[in-house]
Design a protein. Structure first.
Length: 379
Protein backbone atom coordinates (compact mmCIF):
# COMPACT_ATOMS: atom_id res chain seq x y z
CA UNK A 1 0.00 0.00 0.00
CA UNK A 2 1.77 3.17 -1.25
CA UNK A 3 1.04 6.05 1.12
CA UNK A 4 1.38 8.73 -1.56
CA UNK A 5 -1.08 10.56 -3.80
CA UNK A 6 -1.40 9.81 -7.48
CA UNK A 7 -0.91 12.53 -10.08
CA UNK A 8 -4.68 12.94 -10.46
CA UNK A 9 -5.17 13.18 -6.70
CA UNK A 10 -2.42 15.80 -6.47
CA UNK A 11 -4.18 17.82 -9.15
CA UNK A 12 -7.41 17.60 -7.15
CA UNK A 13 -5.55 18.82 -4.05
CA UNK A 14 -4.11 21.78 -5.93
CA UNK A 15 -7.50 22.67 -7.38
CA UNK A 16 -9.23 22.51 -3.97
CA UNK A 17 -6.41 24.44 -2.29
CA UNK A 18 -6.54 27.20 -4.86
CA UNK A 19 -10.30 27.70 -4.50
CA UNK A 20 -10.49 27.40 -0.72
CA UNK A 21 -7.47 29.53 0.12
CA UNK A 22 -8.69 32.25 -2.25
CA UNK A 23 -12.40 32.27 -1.43
CA UNK A 24 -12.49 31.06 2.19
CA UNK A 25 -9.51 32.12 4.30
CA UNK A 26 -9.94 32.22 8.08
CA UNK A 27 -11.23 35.79 7.74
CA UNK A 28 -14.22 34.30 5.87
CA UNK A 29 -15.20 32.30 8.97
CA UNK A 30 -14.60 35.33 11.18
CA UNK A 31 -16.88 37.43 9.01
CA UNK A 32 -19.70 34.88 9.14
CA UNK A 33 -19.36 34.69 12.92
CA UNK A 34 -19.22 38.43 13.52
CA UNK A 35 -22.11 39.04 11.15
CA UNK A 36 -24.19 36.34 12.89
CA UNK A 37 -24.95 34.83 9.50
CA UNK A 38 -28.15 32.78 9.70
CA UNK A 39 -26.86 30.05 7.38
CA UNK A 40 -23.35 29.75 8.79
CA UNK A 41 -21.70 29.23 5.40
CA UNK A 42 -21.65 30.88 1.98
CA UNK A 43 -24.26 29.45 -0.39
CA UNK A 44 -22.52 31.21 -3.27
CA UNK A 45 -19.27 29.45 -2.44
CA UNK A 46 -21.11 26.14 -2.12
CA UNK A 47 -22.51 26.69 -5.62
CA UNK A 48 -18.94 27.16 -6.86
CA UNK A 49 -17.94 23.98 -5.03
CA UNK A 50 -20.66 22.10 -6.90
CA UNK A 51 -19.69 23.60 -10.26
CA UNK A 52 -16.13 22.32 -9.74
CA UNK A 53 -17.48 18.84 -9.00
CA UNK A 54 -16.51 18.71 -5.33
CA UNK A 55 -20.05 18.22 -4.02
CA UNK A 56 -20.44 15.02 -6.08
CA UNK A 57 -17.07 13.39 -5.39
CA UNK A 58 -18.63 10.34 -3.71
CA UNK A 59 -21.75 10.21 -5.87
CA UNK A 60 -21.69 7.41 -8.50
CA UNK A 61 -21.29 8.58 -12.09
CA UNK A 62 -24.72 7.32 -13.13
CA UNK A 63 -26.25 9.84 -10.73
CA UNK A 64 -24.21 12.80 -11.92
CA UNK A 65 -21.22 12.49 -9.61
CA UNK A 66 -17.53 11.76 -10.03
CA UNK A 67 -17.64 8.27 -8.53
CA UNK A 68 -14.39 8.84 -6.65
CA UNK A 69 -13.41 7.51 -3.23
CA UNK A 70 -12.57 8.36 0.35
CA UNK A 71 -9.01 9.40 -0.50
CA UNK A 72 -10.34 12.15 -2.77
CA UNK A 73 -12.90 13.26 -0.18
CA UNK A 74 -10.11 13.32 2.40
CA UNK A 75 -8.01 15.53 0.13
CA UNK A 76 -10.78 18.15 0.00
CA UNK A 77 -11.37 17.87 3.75
CA UNK A 78 -7.66 18.46 4.43
CA UNK A 79 -7.81 21.69 2.44
CA UNK A 80 -10.97 22.71 4.31
CA UNK A 81 -9.06 22.15 7.55
CA UNK A 82 -6.31 24.54 6.49
CA UNK A 83 -8.66 27.54 6.42
CA UNK A 84 -11.46 26.30 8.74
CA UNK A 85 -13.91 26.83 5.89
CA UNK A 86 -17.52 26.36 7.07
CA UNK A 87 -19.19 24.15 4.49
CA UNK A 88 -21.88 21.44 4.16
CA UNK A 89 -19.31 19.24 2.39
CA UNK A 90 -18.92 16.83 5.33
CA UNK A 91 -22.61 16.51 6.16
CA UNK A 92 -23.93 16.40 2.61
CA UNK A 93 -21.22 15.27 0.21
CA UNK A 94 -19.49 12.79 2.51
CA UNK A 95 -21.98 11.42 5.04
CA UNK A 96 -25.30 11.72 3.23
CA UNK A 97 -23.89 10.79 -0.17
CA UNK A 98 -22.21 7.71 1.32
CA UNK A 99 -25.34 6.64 3.20
CA UNK A 100 -27.56 6.93 0.12
CA UNK A 101 -25.03 5.34 -2.24
CA UNK A 102 -24.44 2.39 0.08
CA UNK A 103 -27.91 1.82 1.50
CA UNK A 104 -30.42 3.57 -0.68
CA UNK A 105 -32.94 1.93 -2.97
CA UNK A 106 -32.75 2.75 -6.67
CA UNK A 107 -35.65 5.17 -6.23
CA UNK A 108 -33.97 6.89 -3.27
CA UNK A 109 -30.68 7.20 -5.12
CA UNK A 110 -32.36 8.58 -8.24
CA UNK A 111 -34.31 11.11 -6.19
CA UNK A 112 -31.54 12.49 -3.98
CA UNK A 113 -28.04 11.77 -5.33
CA UNK A 114 -28.25 13.95 -8.48
CA UNK A 115 -29.34 16.87 -6.29
CA UNK A 116 -26.44 16.29 -3.89
CA UNK A 117 -24.09 16.22 -6.84
CA UNK A 118 -25.30 19.50 -8.32
CA UNK A 119 -25.37 21.19 -4.91
CA UNK A 120 -29.12 21.80 -4.78
CA UNK A 121 -29.81 19.40 -1.89
CA UNK A 122 -28.31 19.71 1.59
CA UNK A 123 -28.55 16.78 3.99
CA UNK A 124 -27.48 15.94 7.54
CA UNK A 125 -26.89 12.79 9.57
CA UNK A 126 -28.70 12.76 12.93
CA UNK A 127 -26.97 10.22 15.20
CA UNK A 128 -25.93 11.42 18.64
CA UNK A 129 -28.34 12.05 21.47
CA UNK A 130 -26.05 12.89 24.40
CA UNK A 131 -22.86 14.77 25.16
CA UNK A 132 -20.68 11.96 23.82
CA UNK A 133 -20.65 9.94 20.59
CA UNK A 134 -22.31 6.61 21.43
CA UNK A 135 -24.18 5.20 18.38
CA UNK A 136 -25.25 2.01 20.15
CA UNK A 137 -26.95 4.08 22.83
CA UNK A 138 -29.49 5.36 20.30
CA UNK A 139 -32.82 5.58 22.11
CA UNK A 140 -34.97 7.58 19.68
CA UNK A 141 -37.96 5.29 19.14
CA UNK A 142 -39.35 4.21 15.79
CA UNK A 143 -42.75 2.70 16.48
CA UNK A 144 -44.64 0.90 13.73
CA UNK A 145 -47.74 2.78 12.61
CA UNK A 146 -49.80 1.73 9.59
CA UNK A 147 -47.47 1.17 6.65
CA UNK A 148 -44.69 3.18 8.28
CA UNK A 149 -43.30 4.42 11.60
CA UNK A 150 -43.63 7.20 14.13
CA UNK A 151 -40.39 8.72 15.43
CA UNK A 152 -40.16 10.07 18.97
CA UNK A 153 -37.08 11.34 20.77
CA UNK A 154 -34.23 13.85 20.54
CA UNK A 155 -31.05 14.30 18.54
CA UNK A 156 -28.15 16.61 19.37
CA UNK A 157 -24.99 17.81 17.63
CA UNK A 158 -26.46 17.33 14.15
CA UNK A 159 -23.80 18.93 11.97
CA UNK A 160 -25.36 21.53 9.64
CA UNK A 161 -28.79 20.20 10.54
CA UNK A 162 -30.26 23.73 10.55
CA UNK A 163 -29.89 24.07 6.77
CA UNK A 164 -30.69 20.49 5.77
CA UNK A 165 -33.34 19.71 3.17
CA UNK A 166 -33.13 16.05 4.16
CA UNK A 167 -32.31 14.32 7.45
CA UNK A 168 -30.91 10.80 7.77
CA UNK A 169 -32.00 9.70 11.23
CA UNK A 170 -30.86 6.72 13.27
CA UNK A 171 -33.69 5.32 15.38
CA UNK A 172 -34.36 2.23 17.45
CA UNK A 173 -37.07 0.14 15.86
CA UNK A 174 -36.47 -2.85 18.16
CA UNK A 175 -34.61 -3.73 21.35
CA UNK A 176 -33.22 -1.16 23.77
CA UNK A 177 -30.31 1.28 23.98
CA UNK A 178 -27.03 -0.60 23.74
CA UNK A 179 -28.29 -3.43 21.53
CA UNK A 180 -26.51 -3.99 18.22
CA UNK A 181 -29.69 -5.15 16.51
CA UNK A 182 -32.77 -3.02 16.19
CA UNK A 183 -31.34 0.14 14.58
CA UNK A 184 -32.94 1.55 11.45
CA UNK A 185 -32.03 4.58 9.34
CA UNK A 186 -34.80 6.83 8.04
CA UNK A 187 -34.97 9.63 5.47
CA UNK A 188 -36.94 12.44 7.10
CA UNK A 189 -38.19 15.77 5.79
CA UNK A 190 -37.11 18.46 8.31
CA UNK A 191 -40.42 20.21 7.64
CA UNK A 192 -42.44 17.17 8.74
CA UNK A 193 -45.19 17.68 11.30
CA UNK A 194 -43.99 17.12 14.85
CA UNK A 195 -40.34 17.90 14.12
CA UNK A 196 -38.80 20.87 15.94
CA UNK A 197 -35.31 22.05 15.04
CA UNK A 198 -33.06 24.49 16.89
CA UNK A 199 -29.83 25.86 15.47
CA UNK A 200 -26.84 25.85 17.84
CA UNK A 201 -23.63 27.78 17.13
CA UNK A 202 -20.71 25.72 18.41
CA UNK A 203 -17.60 27.02 20.11
CA UNK A 204 -15.70 26.88 16.80
CA UNK A 205 -18.24 29.17 15.07
CA UNK A 206 -19.53 26.28 12.95
CA UNK A 207 -23.11 25.11 13.24
CA UNK A 208 -25.10 22.14 14.39
CA UNK A 209 -28.69 21.57 15.48
CA UNK A 210 -30.82 20.03 18.18
CA UNK A 211 -33.86 18.19 16.84
CA UNK A 212 -36.96 16.99 18.68
CA UNK A 213 -39.17 14.32 17.11
CA UNK A 214 -42.71 14.21 18.46
CA UNK A 215 -44.49 11.31 16.73
CA UNK A 216 -43.08 12.29 13.35
CA UNK A 217 -44.68 10.04 10.74
CA UNK A 218 -42.59 8.40 8.01
CA UNK A 219 -43.72 5.77 5.52
CA UNK A 220 -42.02 2.52 4.59
CA UNK A 221 -40.36 4.15 1.57
CA UNK A 222 -38.41 6.36 3.99
CA UNK A 223 -36.41 3.43 5.38
CA UNK A 224 -32.77 3.57 4.29
CA UNK A 225 -31.42 0.04 4.08
CA UNK A 226 -33.06 -2.72 6.11
CA UNK A 227 -35.37 -2.41 9.09
CA UNK A 228 -33.67 -3.40 12.39
CA UNK A 229 -30.37 -4.08 10.55
CA UNK A 230 -29.03 -0.57 10.14
CA UNK A 231 -25.90 -0.89 12.28
CA UNK A 232 -23.64 -2.21 9.52
CA UNK A 233 -24.67 0.58 7.16
CA UNK A 234 -24.33 3.17 9.92
CA UNK A 235 -20.89 1.93 10.95
CA UNK A 236 -19.63 2.15 7.38
CA UNK A 237 -20.95 5.69 6.91
CA UNK A 238 -19.54 6.81 10.26
CA UNK A 239 -16.13 5.36 9.41
CA UNK A 240 -16.12 7.30 6.16
CA UNK A 241 -17.01 10.41 8.14
CA UNK A 242 -14.29 9.68 10.69
CA UNK A 243 -11.71 9.37 7.95
CA UNK A 244 -12.86 12.70 6.53
CA UNK A 245 -12.67 14.43 9.92
CA UNK A 246 -9.22 12.95 10.51
CA UNK A 247 -8.14 14.43 7.17
CA UNK A 248 -9.50 17.82 8.21
CA UNK A 249 -7.46 17.64 11.41
CA UNK A 250 -4.30 16.84 9.42
CA UNK A 251 -4.83 20.00 7.35
CA UNK A 252 -5.61 21.99 10.48
CA UNK A 253 -2.48 20.69 12.25
CA UNK A 254 -0.20 21.43 9.32
CA UNK A 255 -1.56 24.95 8.93
CA UNK A 256 -1.05 25.68 12.63
CA UNK A 257 2.47 24.27 12.43
CA UNK A 258 3.30 26.46 9.42
CA UNK A 259 1.95 29.59 11.08
CA UNK A 260 3.84 28.82 14.26
CA UNK A 261 7.16 28.24 12.49
CA UNK A 262 6.72 31.54 10.65
CA UNK A 263 6.11 33.30 13.94
CA UNK A 264 9.20 31.68 15.51
CA UNK A 265 11.28 33.13 12.68
CA UNK A 266 9.82 36.62 13.04
CA UNK A 267 9.42 37.14 16.81
CA UNK A 268 12.56 38.37 18.52
CA UNK A 269 13.69 38.24 22.14
CA UNK A 270 17.06 39.35 23.45
CA UNK A 271 17.91 40.54 19.96
CA UNK A 272 17.46 37.18 18.18
CA UNK A 273 14.55 35.23 16.64
CA UNK A 274 12.96 32.92 19.20
CA UNK A 275 13.21 30.16 16.60
CA UNK A 276 16.90 30.00 17.41
CA UNK A 277 16.14 28.82 20.94
CA UNK A 278 16.92 25.12 21.08
CA UNK A 279 13.99 24.21 23.33
CA UNK A 280 11.51 25.64 20.82
CA UNK A 281 13.32 23.94 17.94
CA UNK A 282 12.95 20.57 19.66
CA UNK A 283 9.25 21.10 20.27
CA UNK A 284 8.68 22.16 16.66
CA UNK A 285 10.62 19.16 15.35
CA UNK A 286 8.63 16.73 17.49
CA UNK A 287 5.36 18.26 16.29
CA UNK A 288 6.45 18.01 12.64
CA UNK A 289 7.26 14.31 13.06
CA UNK A 290 3.93 13.70 14.80
CA UNK A 291 2.01 15.38 11.97
CA UNK A 292 3.77 13.33 9.30
CA UNK A 293 3.10 10.04 11.11
CA UNK A 294 -0.56 11.01 11.49
CA UNK A 295 -0.78 11.96 7.82
CA UNK A 296 0.42 8.46 6.88
CA UNK A 297 -2.07 6.83 9.29
CA UNK A 298 -4.96 8.86 7.86
CA UNK A 299 -4.06 8.10 4.25
CA UNK A 300 -3.78 4.42 5.12
CA UNK A 301 -7.28 4.52 6.64
CA UNK A 302 -8.73 6.24 3.57
CA UNK A 303 -7.11 3.70 1.26
CA UNK A 304 -8.45 0.89 3.45
CA UNK A 305 -11.97 2.35 3.23
CA UNK A 306 -11.76 2.43 -0.56
CA UNK A 307 -10.33 -1.09 -0.74
CA UNK A 308 -12.74 -2.85 1.65
CA UNK A 309 -14.87 -0.78 3.98
CA UNK A 310 -15.85 -3.82 6.05
CA UNK A 311 -12.22 -4.40 7.05
CA UNK A 312 -11.20 -0.78 7.57
CA UNK A 313 -12.52 -0.17 11.10
CA UNK A 314 -9.19 -0.68 12.90
CA UNK A 315 -7.27 1.59 10.50
CA UNK A 316 -9.95 4.27 10.82
CA UNK A 317 -9.87 4.07 14.62
CA UNK A 318 -6.09 4.52 14.62
CA UNK A 319 -6.35 7.46 12.21
CA UNK A 320 -9.11 9.27 14.10
CA UNK A 321 -7.44 8.74 17.49
CA UNK A 322 -4.03 9.90 16.22
CA UNK A 323 -5.47 12.86 14.34
CA UNK A 324 -7.28 13.99 17.47
CA UNK A 325 -4.20 13.87 19.69
CA UNK A 326 -2.00 15.43 17.00
CA UNK A 327 -4.39 18.32 16.36
CA UNK A 328 -4.70 18.93 20.09
CA UNK A 329 -0.92 18.98 20.45
CA UNK A 330 -0.51 21.23 17.41
CA UNK A 331 -2.94 23.90 18.58
CA UNK A 332 -1.67 23.83 22.15
CA UNK A 333 1.92 24.28 20.98
CA UNK A 334 0.80 26.94 18.51
CA UNK A 335 -0.98 29.00 21.16
CA UNK A 336 1.87 28.65 23.65
CA UNK A 337 4.59 29.58 21.15
CA UNK A 338 2.60 32.63 20.09
CA UNK A 339 2.62 33.74 23.73
CA UNK A 340 -0.20 35.89 25.12
CA UNK A 341 -1.29 36.93 21.61
CA UNK A 342 -2.31 33.34 20.94
CA UNK A 343 -5.17 33.60 23.43
CA UNK A 344 -6.71 36.74 21.94
CA UNK A 345 -9.66 36.68 19.54
CA UNK A 346 -7.83 39.15 17.34
CA UNK A 347 -5.33 36.43 16.45
CA UNK A 348 -6.44 33.55 14.18
CA UNK A 349 -4.64 30.76 16.04
CA UNK A 350 -7.46 30.51 18.59
CA UNK A 351 -9.93 29.61 15.85
CA UNK A 352 -7.85 26.53 15.06
CA UNK A 353 -7.81 25.49 18.73
CA UNK A 354 -11.59 25.67 18.94
CA UNK A 355 -12.12 23.75 15.71
CA UNK A 356 -9.66 21.06 16.82
CA UNK A 357 -11.68 20.58 20.01
CA UNK A 358 -14.90 20.06 18.07
CA UNK A 359 -13.28 17.71 15.54
CA UNK A 360 -11.83 15.67 18.39
CA UNK A 361 -15.33 15.01 19.74
CA UNK A 362 -17.08 14.56 16.40
CA UNK A 363 -17.84 10.86 15.72
CA UNK A 364 -15.79 9.74 18.72
CA UNK A 365 -12.79 11.21 20.51
CA UNK A 366 -9.39 9.53 20.90
CA UNK A 367 -10.53 7.59 23.98
CA UNK A 368 -13.59 6.27 22.13
CA UNK A 369 -11.46 4.94 19.30
CA UNK A 370 -8.81 3.51 21.61
CA UNK A 371 -11.63 1.60 23.27
CA UNK A 372 -12.89 0.42 19.87
CA UNK A 373 -9.43 -0.94 19.09
CA UNK A 374 -9.23 -2.69 22.45
CA UNK A 375 -12.63 -4.33 21.95
CA UNK A 376 -11.63 -5.40 18.46
CA UNK A 377 -8.59 -7.17 19.95
CA UNK A 378 -10.75 -8.96 22.51
CA UNK A 379 -9.93 -6.88 25.57
Amino acid sequence: MALVLTEEQSMLRDSARGLISDKAPVSHLRGLRDGKDATGFSRELWKTFAEMGFSGLLVPEQFGGSGLGCVEAGIVMEEIGRTLMPSPFLATSVLAASALSRGGSEAQKAQHLPKISDGSLLAALAIDEGAKHRPLQTALQATRSGNGFKLSGDKAFVVDGHTADLLIVAARSAGSAGDKNGLTLFLVDPKAKGLALERTAMVDSHNSARIVFDNVEVNADSVLGEVDQGLALLDGVLNIGRGAIASEMVGLSEEVFGRTVTYLKERKQFGKPIGEFQALQHRAAELYIDIEITRAAVLKALLALDANIDKAAAAVAVAKARAGTTATQAVQEGVQMHGGMGMTDQFDIGFFMKRARVCQELFGDSNFHADQLAQGKGY
